[in-house]
Design a binder for this molecule. Structure first.
Ligand code: BV8
Length: 252
């Protein structure tokens, strides 16, 4: 695909901007081979909707099934590598006076690409590489996998471990959400990248930015509930357009 037309006004805005926020969703990891939430589940998971497994109710009813789903996802993520979109955001963090990355993703690919080395990387929905005691909330980075088909147990209290992620119907970590909302309320440019803009409260962040007259840019091949309100909609894959954007801003 030849060079995409990037709006000159947007390039100019980036050259003078002092604070930029990027919100990412599952779409930024799609080119790393990590299926998005909208993608159909594959294999034995094809009979389940992600939304029905990522809930406290599902874990209460069938902890083994939910734990197994996360083990399967963790295994797939371990075979994935960050893609050019992840690395383009690391470049932005290097070059911009102020850059906050907010992710809805739990795959840890932004950290593996190097994001968060200079400014906060806000994980709104947790991280699948961590588990926590389902009662005491203590965090574990390693655990002994059982062969009884049930989640491992907390070594302190014996209750099941659970993935350290935010399930549907659960509150987001207060500090992460406060920081994300503050960043959206004080930035000059807000990038919404690879998200269907459906899951709240993350989906409200670009509208907080719009209310304070930030320039909102949506990067998504599809249209979403944000598209009609965004100042710019770049209908391309993030792994294609973000490296171009970085090159145009700092190399032209
Ligand atoms: C909350 C961690 C307060 C887990 C996730 C009724 C009852 C209860 C709650 C609600 C309710 N109604 C509404 C709610 C609120 C609910 C919600 O928003 N539901 C939606 C579905 C309507 N939210 C919550 O429950 C949140 N908590 O509100 O607490 C509360 C409490 C009780 C009652 C009311 C309120 C918690 C939400 C967090 C859920 N956890 N993840 C896990 O991963 O297992 S969210 C999960 O969904 C992922 O994090 C993922 O990020 C997200 C899906 O969104 P996207 O990231 O956008 O991914 P998606 O697949 O949807 O889209 C991908 C996009 O990428 C597409 O648009 C595609 O076109 C694009 N794309 C594809 N390829 C590319 C690309 N773009 C660019 N380049 C590409 N190459």
């Amino acid at each position: 695909m030849d060079q995409p037309p990037l709006p000159l006004e947007l390039i100019q805005k980036f050259k003078t901007a002092s604070s930029v926020v990027a919100l990412t969703g599952a779409g930024i990891s799609a080119e790393s081979g990590v299926p998005t939430f909208r993608d159909a589940q594959t294999g034995l998971w094809s009979r389940y909707q992600a939304e029905e497994l990522a809930t406290p109710q599902a874990f209460r009813q069938n902890p083994g099934l939910v734990w197994e789903w996360y083990s399967w996802r963790r295994e797939r993520i371990s075979q994935a590598e960050p893609n050019p979109a992840h690395f383009a955001l690391v470049e932005m963090e290097k070059r911009l006076p102020d850059f906050i990355l907010i992710t809805q993703n739990v795959d840890g690919l932004h950290q593996r690409a190097g994001s968060g080395f200079r400014f906060p990387l806000i994980e709104l929905h947790g991280n699948i590489q961590r588990s926590r005691c389902s009662v005491e909330d203590k965090i574990f980075h390693h655990w002994q996998q059982q062969d009884d088909g049930l989640p491992p147990r907390c070594p302190d209290c014996g209750e099941f471990l659970r993935p350290d992620v935010v399930w549907f119907g659960e509150m987001l970590p207060r500090q992460a959400l406060d920081s994300a909302q503050f960043a959206a309320a004080h930035c000059e440019i807000f990038l919404s990248i690879g998200t269907s803009a459906l899951v709240e409260p993350a989906a409200s962040l670009p509208f907080i930015a719009l209310r304070q007259k930030a320039v909102v840019v949506e990067i998504n091949p599809e249209h979403t509930p944000l598209t009609s309100s965004a100042n710019f909609h770049l209908p391309y894959a993030s792994g294609f357009i973000l490296p171009y954007l970085v090159r145009f801003i700092w190399e032209t």
